[in-house]
Design a protein around this ligand. Structure first.
Ligand code: UDP
Length: 249
């Protein structure tokens, strides 16, 4: 159903580090972060309270570093610090687009950002500031998808919106399988039993057990984020108590 006004009061948007890569192999592509920031600033300008969780995969991923021989905990610390770098870049890009933004980190880095304190985060959101939640959960062996589910529940977001490179969840990888079909609606249990690659299982279980709906959409389609927050049918909706069979389209 198409609407002109937002259907959500408070959202948690999860961006992977890869979303900032653009055509690069590593780091942040300035035109890409500016476009992403413009869309997020537009959402905030609609009066929606926006929490953001950003990944770090465009810089470091703990698992990859550990595979190359590094101690896993140290590698995860580096991954979490990578998310702080991305968060600072996003804060800057958002402020250039006229939004007010604050980085709150799960690791204490007082010279560059605030600590994550739930009540303070809620206050920033109430004042219309975009809150960028950095350093994941602050613990090794977790992902920023799990951090996004955790923070969404903590701040009382109405929905978790996960930005990806494809326009939803498919029966198989659409880049590899031309017969792959996109799901319109899915249940969290179906995601788990069919091992669909939406988020890691910890994040999916947190959403399921706390009844937090999830929308997966393609960040590379300009305007889709705005359509999602207006309640238009975009991407894949994942919730509880949805049909267990079929693609639900
Ligand atoms: N990380 C972590 N704990 C967390 C979140 C992230 O240790 O709670 C580390 C982990 O090494 C991970 C890296 O930070 O590989 C970057 O996060 P993620 O891989 O989730 O980023 P994305 O894939 O979304 O870019």
């Amino acid at each position: 159903m198409a609407q002109d006004s937002p259907v959500y009061r408070r959202i948690l948007l999860k961006l992977s580090g890869e979303a900032l890569l653009g055509g690069q192999q590593y780091g942040i592509d300035p035109p890409v972060i500016q476009r992403v920031a413009a869309e997020i600033a537009e959402v905030a300008g609609m009066g929606i309270e926006v929490g953001l969780v950003i990944g770090g995969g465009n810089i470091f991923r703990g698992a990859g570093l550990a595979e190359a021989g590094m101690d896993r905990v140290t590698a995860d610390h580096m991954g979490m610090l990578a998310t702080v770098i991305n968060a600072l870049a996003l804060q800057d890009a958002l402020e250039r687009k006229g939004a007010v933004a604050r980085v709150m980190s799960a690791l204490q880095i007082h010279d560059v950002c605030e600590d994550y304190i739930r009540r303070r985060a809620a206050r920033h959101l109430e004042k219309g500031r975009v809150v960028i939640l950095a350093a994941g959960t602050g613990n090794p062996f977790f992902t920023t998808d799990t951090a996004a589910a955790l923070r969404a529940i903590e701040i009382g977001a109405d929905v978790l919106i996960k930005a990806t490179k494809v326009d939803g969840v498919y029966t198989a990888d659409p880049m590899l399988d031309p017969d792959a079909k996109r799901y319109g609606r899915l249940s969290f249990d179906q995601v788990l039993t069919e091992r669909l690659r939406v988020m890691d299982a910890t994040a999916v279980v947190m959403c399921r057990d706390n009844n937090l709906p999830l929308i997966v959409f393609n960040l590379n389609t300009p305007g889709d984020l705005i359509r999602v927050v207006k309640g238009e049918v975009v991407g894949t909706f994942v919730g509880n108590d949805l049909p267990l069979a079929g693609t639900g389209t």
